[in-house]
Write a protein that binds this ligand. Structure first.
Ligand code: ATP
Length: 414
């Protein structure tokens, strides 16, 4: 068990993976920038069209995938094309990126050659393991293809040469295995995958290590880079890693407040807010509710008070380890608890789709104490035209918080 701090990008990413059981739906179109615009672009609507090895097609269907996801429709033909095409792809978590590059790796390996042919770098040990699981599931009917983890703690005897075709690991160990220990001959690599580039660059040293690995690979090695976000720093890193890239971007669906009913409750103190919450408790637990507090301390206090009143609540708190947090969210997602009390920091980036009631026990403010409209929208907004109806209740306990609420109201004209 590794303790990860609240703000940690890799912890967030891991939580989302652990929690997610489905594809995230999106009606947005993919944006494609081809390296060679003269060659016709094609995308596929079915896995059959990709002419996968039969063992892999069985693996794909065995995982319950019926058809390619939005990003897979365009990314898969590109990744499977001959000669190999490089790709930089950005789309939000849960849209099918991992499944896509796993399929590409499995398609490109030659099971008769007993040496590493695909390298996949992930930002952390835990994320590497998650990807490894997908490789194992998808390659279930293709047992000749073997997998090994290049992670700290996996110590191999000196002078050894790896026989597994796929190596997945973290940048530091991967680099050591390629250069210092020579367990891997980088010149024989056909596919290089860099996953979660945005998480990767948040860690000191990972960027350089990845670039050093990349420089050892042959010119014709396929380079694939994936990221959930695409800020400037990720983009410049991507361009250093992936020469002559095709680029695919899938915009995140915009959130709106259109289908949300928003209310506020006027109180005079924290205790009154708690009382107000108890009064509506029966109403909000018909559905599932998330309650946001400003600090960890308030969240802990509120969860304690609610429990003392005999209510069943879950608490998501910053000091919990990532596994504990995953367990809490999983129970909530499965409906075992109807109410989740949390802070914004803790819940950021975590999508729990079925929440239809959001309570702002404290209104979202930034460090200067100004209204944080973006966070308000993230907490309460719904995506897509068919977004479910929702209910938001804001607790106001002072002139100051009334002022904040008025400014949020002005901002959204709602
Ligand atoms: N074509 C598909 N049809 C149905 N389910 C799919 C398909 N592709 C992927 N999935 C499932 O959807 C979920 C998200 O996919 P995946 O992990 O590949 O997304 P991702 O974009 O890599 O997100 P993250 O970076 O958070 O892992 C997984 O549970 C995966 O098994």
């Amino acid at each position: 068990i590794v303790a990860l701090t609240t703000n940690n990008k890799s912890a967030q990413s891991l939580l989302n993976k652990l929690i997610r059981s489905n594809l995230v739906n999106t009606t947005n179109q993919v944006e494609v920038l081809q390296k060679d615009p003269s060659s016709p672009l094609y995308s596929v609507r079915s896995f059959e069209e990709l002419h996968l090895k039969p063992q892999l097609l069985r693996g794909v269907y065995g995982m319950g995938f019926n058809r390619p996801s939005k990003i897979q429709e365009t990314a898969l033909p590109m990744m499977l094309a001959e000669p190999a095409q490089n790709l930089i792809a950005q789309s939000q978590s849960g849209t099918g990126k991992t499944a896509a590059f796993v399929l590409a790796m499995l398609s490109h390996v030659d099971p008769n050659l007993n040496h590493p042919q695909c390298l996949c770098v992930s930002p952390t040990y835990e994320l590497a393991l998650q990807t490894g699981k997908v490789i194992e599931q998808m390659g279930k009917h293709y047992p000749e293809v073997k997998l090994v983890y290049a992670i700290r703690g996996n110590k191999l005897p000196r002078g050894m040469k790896l026989e597994e075709q796929i190596v997945i690991g973290t940048p530091g160990t991967m680099l050591d295995w390629c250069s210092k220990f020579r367990f891997i001959d980088p010149k024989k690599i056909k596919v290089f995958v860099l996953d979660e580039a945005d998480v990767m660059i948040a860690t000191q040293g990972h960027q350089d290590q990845s670039i050093r690995i990349q420089r050892m690979l042959p010119k014709n090695c396929q380079m694939l880079l994936f990221s959930a976000t695409f800020e400037e720093s990720v983009w410049s890193f991507a361009q250093r890693i992936v020469p002559e890239p095709n680029i695919i971007k899938l915009k995140r669906e915009e959130e709106t407040l259109d289908t949300i009913k928003q209310y506020y409750v006027l109180c005079n103190s924290k205790e009154e807010k708690f009382q107000a919450l108890c009064n509506i408790y029966g109403g909000i637990t018909i559905a599932q509710a998330m309650i946001f507090c400003h600090t960890r301390k308030t969240a802990g206090w509120l969860a304690g008070e609610l429990s003392r009143e005999g209510h069943q609540v879950a608490l998501l708190s910053g000091e919990m380890q990532v596994e504990q947090r995953a367990a809490v969210i999983e129970r909530f997602r499965d409906g075992k608890e109807k109410v989740l009390v949390t802070t914004n920091v803790c819940a950021r980036g975590i999508d729990v789709e079925q929440v239809s009631v959001v309570i702002n026990f404290d209104l979202p403010v930034d460090r200067e104490g100004n209204p944080d409209n973006e966070t308000y929208l993230h907490r309460i907004g719904r995506t897509g035209r068919f977004g479910k109806r929702g209910l938001a209740i804001n607790m106001v306990d002072s002139k100051m918080s009334m002022n904040i609420l008025n400014r949020i109201q002005d901002h959204f004209s709602k």
